[in-house]
Design a protein around this ligand. Structure first.
Ligand SMILES: Cc1cc2nc3c(=O)[nH]c(=O)nc-3n(C[C@H](O)[C@H](O)[C@H](O)COP(=O)(O)OP(=O)(O)OC[C@H]3O[C@@H](n4cnc5c(N)ncnc54)[C@H](O)[C@@H]3O)c2cc1C
Length: 230
């Protein structure tokens, strides 16, 4: 409110925040609204980074190439819980929720989830921007139209509507003083757990973007390498 005044807050932020997080904005940590950029120029992109791009051939291609190495084995659809004992004692990098790792010892950490409804339309363009937000009148928070991001040319178009929900795959940690207190307990335990590194948005219980997660991963890697004997 101090940055934009009550009118814009009421029209844009208030209901969107309630919908996205399922709680009143006053109950959320100020860092949540603080993430949303305010600009007084014509740059309509979400992020303010100097260099912004999507990988030339998409993220799937990028990751398949990075993971295509003889030292890397990928096992999908396996919950860490089920193989924990088999690999105990080995150096582990855990990117799941920290409360889950410790079997909810200090209680569950709440996460917000989303349901994506995908639609394909027999029209060239569905909307006038890559992402349009619906703060007030709809149950969904936003609609993304992917061809506006990738530059793909097609007679048809695919969109995704995002419906926030409490249940489902954990996406967003919910930053509040209560949840920070629970996380601190897990963090202390994690710091005392040797050979396990907690990395990423779920394990750090922080609303990280991709670049921040990559930076954290690289710094953890450097830490592990420094600890290596010899
Ligand atoms: C709707 C949405 C839009 C976003 N848009 C952007 C954006 O435009 N730009 C940007 O920079 N960031 C964006 N982000 C954030 C970005 O997705 C995250 O920063 C990034 O995915 C975090 O990477 P991560 O590896 O920490 O976690 P994740 O990508 O969540 O990966 C964690 C992995 O661990 C697995 N896992 C969890 N628990 C277990 C377990 N017990 N056993 C085995 N595996 C497990 C999960 O299945 C998952 O594959 C967006 C996020 C969402 C939800």
């Amino acid at each position: 409110v101090s940055r934009i005044g009550w009118e814009l807050y009421e029209k844009i932020f208030k209901n969107y925040t309630r919908k996205q997080w399922g709680i009143d904005p006053s109950k959320l940590d100020a860092s949540v609204a603080g993430r949303i950029p305010l600009r007084f120029n014509t740059d309509d992109r979400y992020f303010s980074d100097t260099f912004q791009a999507v990988p030339k051939h998409g993220f799937s291609h990028l990751f398949s190439r990075m993971l295509d190495h003889k030292n890397i084995t990928i096992r999908l659809g396996v919950n860490y819980r089920d193989i924990k004992n088999k690999y105990s004692g080995l150096k582990t990098i855990f990117t799941g929720p920290m409360d889950e790792y410790f079997n909810y010892k200090f209680g569950p950490l709440p996460y917000r989830s989303l349901s994506f409804i995908h639609e394909t339309h027999d029209i060239k363009q569905y909307q006038t921007a890559a992402v349009i937000n619906y703060p007030n009148e709809k149950a969904y928070t936003r609609i993304a139209e992917f061809k506006s991001i990738t530059g793909q040319l097609s007679e048809r178009t695919s969109i995704a509507l995002e419906y926030p929900q409490a249940q489902g795959e954990p996406y967003y940690p919910i930053p509040q003083p209560e949840t920070a207190a629970i996380f601190r307990q897990y963090k202390e335990l994690a710091d005392r757990t040797s050979a396990v590194y907690f990395v990423g948005r779920l394990a750090a219980y922080r609303y990280y973007n991709m670049d921040q997660v990559v930076a954290q991963a690289l710094s953890t890697f450097n830490k592990i390498v420094r600890q290596r004997p010899g």
